[in-house]
Write a protein that binds this ligand. Structure first.
Ligand SMILES: NC(=O)c1ccc[n+]([C@@H]2O[C@H](COP(=O)([O-])OP(=O)(O)OC[C@H]3O[C@@H](n4cnc5c(N)ncnc54)[C@H](OP(=O)(O)O)[C@@H]3O)[C@@H](O)[C@H]2O)c1
Length: 254
């Protein structure tokens, strides 16, 4: 078997948080376009399954374990080892891994959770981009796709922490587009609304009132969000810099 398309043939990608949820669909979609994919997360067992599934579908992938909450040395090690696993360089970085949980009143968010969220959602993408986009810029070509959220665009009751990390991701996307764009590196973001991943399907009842008032009246599938990531990573988006593309069934428009 071979990949379904050659749109990303010869490109190498790192997808953080691709051992579960949306990241799996992104890794598979990039591999299906011919890219070599470095799958990453903390859980090697789940990572190995994703790699095996990509290979079974005719794609190319390797797993590199990393804990993005463990500090700068660990994030930089991921950057080095991912590039080595991909044959020397990463052409496309997808900053997808993030910590999210149920809404919580601001006063009840512990310092531990606050720091854990900022480490995984903001500081790790910041450091990874600093390593990998800088190397792309030296080569004069590359793409970064950040996964933001509808929560970074609108306010949410009891979601100040998560929403603020995602607003930071959107802001970083624009600043990095300005910083790296002139040297051939495009930086964009996808801002999903609710995605029908395993964890979200479990809380579908709580989302029902929201879904009832958005234009599409439904969640996105992981594949629909992954398609937007592929679009922004590929040459189809050659002159798109600093965009935050909503894939949210129209929620941001309501
Ligand atoms: N699901 C939604 O409805 C939704 C909506 C809008 C935006 N998003 C965004 O979409 C992205 C993916 O969300 P998801 O729902 O797919 O999340 P998820 O199901 O919780 O999966 C999170 C992924 O990130 C990894 N991860 C978490 N903490 C990590 C850490 N400290 N170090 C390394 N990897 C870590 C996990 O891997 P390990 O467990 O192996 O470490 C897993 O692969 C996130 O950026 C999220 O903010 C999701």
């Amino acid at each position: 078997m071979s990949p379904k398309s050659t749109r990303l043939q010869g490109r190498t990608t790192l997808v953080t948080g691709s051992t579960g949820g949306l990241g799996v669909a992104i890794a598979k979609a990039l591999a299906a376009e011919g890219a070599f994919v470095v799958v990453s997360g903390r859980n090697k067992e789940r990572g190995d399954v994703v790699v095996a599934e990509i290979r079974a579908a005719g794609g190319r992938a390797e797993f590199v374990a990393a804990d993005l909450g463990a500090g700068a040395d660990e994030v930089r090690r991921l950057a080095r080892e991912a590039a080595a696993a991909a044959g020397g360089q990463i052409d496309i970085l997808v900053n997808n891994a993030a910590v999210w949980g149920m809404p919580e009143p601001t006063a009840e968010v512990s310092e531990r959770v606050l720091l854990e969220s900022y480490r995984a959602n903001v500081i790790a993408p910041f450091l990874l981009t600093g390593e990998l986009a800088a190397a792309m810029a030296e080569r004069g070509t590359g793409a970064v796709v950040n996964i933001g959220s509808i929560n970074g665009l609108i306010g949410g009751d009891q979601s100040a922490l998560y929403s603020s990390t995602k607003a930071a991701v959107h802001s970083l996307t624009k600043s990095w587009a300005v910083e790296y764009g002139p040297r051939g590196v495009r930086v964009n973001a996808v801002a999903p609304g609710p995605i029908a991943t395993e964890r979200v399907v479990d809380i579908a009842d709580e989302l029902a009132p929201v879904l009832a008032r958005i234009p599409s009246r439904r969640m996105s599938t992981p594949e629909e969000v992954a398609a937007a990531v592929v679009f922004l990573a590929a040459d189809d988006a050659a002159n798109i810099h600093g965009a935050v593309l909503s894939v949210d069934g129209g929620w941001a428009a309501v």
